[in-house]
Design a protein. Structure first.
Length: 380
């Protein structure tokens, strides 16, 4: 076995899934081993139902959901294949598992995809923050998100997918505000390396779904210097020029926004996510919250920062979404109208917490609307 040390530069494509190394072009530190052990191991254990260390047709659902990762077409998915993100055909170069910061004993990673198509001297950026209730989810791109990324890359837009510290159920050291801070630091990291990657950090469109939608609205609306995190990145400021929000909450100040009309009698406090803002936080209405939690509910509500000259936002929401009801997008639109801010609301019927070909409009049309919006903002 050849030992790899920090003094040796190797191509990212030659790294095994459990190595840590540097890229030839950007000298990034990567850590696929950390990503697997902290983000993917439970998925692997579930997929490898037979427990034989590979995923084959004998694993039934595990094979069905992961068969596309069989890169050498030998009808089995190895641990290395499982741990490697699916390649995107419109990406000329991809950087996986890039460490952009470490905090509270965790590594925050992101993936960078540079487009084959060149449309401007410097390449605009499409920056994605994943969903999962601030408590789950990964940066790995697949399904509809892969389609979105492929479409943006085809337009000459670089794509970045950022992971962040999650709010754990017990003894958590991270909370909702840390999710925002981490994703801001991810943007700052991209700004730090913008020249090396030939990126235009003044042309950034942020995108997120669910909790990631909330984060992307926070990135778009709150001041670039707010939510300081990694000291080495604080000199870099990024002000996104646009945002696309998929069914993310716009405010924690009205618990009624979390109660869909079809489940208005659901037990428990509707403002259930408010407890993920602080240690021993409570799912509580804003008017009843302790002063410290009330301040956090204000600080973490995107509408708090909405101004007339805020970045344009496209918010997309399903009418049957009971996780984050569509009233959040309606509330954001109403607040924007009151002050003359630029918010476009695409209401999707027959849609819950996600979109597909049976929704109206179907996902294909939603994706095209997103591309049109992003191109208009990034290539004015």
């Amino acid at each position: 076995m050849i030992a790899i040390t920090p003094m040796i530069r190797v191509s990212l494509l030659s790294l095994l899934a459990f190595s840590t190394g540097f890229s030839q072009e950007a000298n990034f530190v990567t850590d696929a081993k950390w990503h697997f052990s902290h983000k993917l191991k439970s998925q692997w254990d579930k997929a490898d139902a037979t427990g034989d260390g590979i995923i084959t047709i004998a694993d039934k659902g595990g094979w069905w959901h992961n068969r596309l990762k069989d890169s050498n077409q030998d009808e089995k998915v190895t641990l290395e294949e499982f741990s490697t993100p699916l390649p995107l055909k419109n990406a000329a170069k991809s950087y996986y598992h890039v460490v952009y910061k470490e905090a509270t004993g965790e590594k925050c990673l992101l993936d960078i995809y540079l487009p084959t198509k060149k449309r401007a001297d410097k390449t605009p950026v499409f920056y994605f923050t994943h969903g999962g209730g601030w408590a789950a989810g990964t940066k790995d791109i697949k399904g509809n998100m892969a389609t979105v990324f492929e479409s943006m890359l085809a337009e000459g837009i670089a794509c970045v997918s950022a992971a962040y510290r999650l709010v754990k159920k017990e003894n958590s050291q991270s909370f909702m505000g840390d999710c925002v801070t981490d994703c801001k630091d991810g943007l700052r990291f991209i700004a730090k390396h913008a020249d090396t990657l030939n990126l235009d950090i003044n042309k950034v469109c942020v995108f997120g779904n669910s909790a990631g939608g909330h984060i992307c609205l926070m990135l778009a609306y709150s001041p670039p210097e707010s939510f300081p995190g990694e000291p080495s990145l604080q000199d870099y400021r990024v002000k996104p020029v646009a945002a696309i929000n998929w069914y993310g909450p716009s405010s924690f100040l009205q618990g009624s926004l979390f109660t869909h009309p079809s489940v208005k009698d659901k037990p428990g406090n509707p403002n259930r996510f408010a407890g993920r803002m602080m240690p021993n936080g409570k799912a509580i209405e804003y008017v009843d919250a302790p002063a410290a939690q009330k301040r956090l509910m204000e600080k973490l509500s995107p509408v708090t920062y909405l101004k007339k000259d805020s970045a344009p936002v496209l918010t997309i929401h399903g009418d049957q979404d009971t996780t984050i009801p569509h009233m959040h997008s309606e509330h954001l639109l109403e607040k924007a109208k009151q002050i003359g801010a630029n918010v476009t609301y695409l209401a999707v019927t027959n849609a819950g917490h996600g979109f597909n070909e049976k929704t109206n409009p179907p996902f294909e049309e939603i994706n095209q609307t997103m591309v049109t919006f992003a191109v208009k903002q990034l290539f004015p």
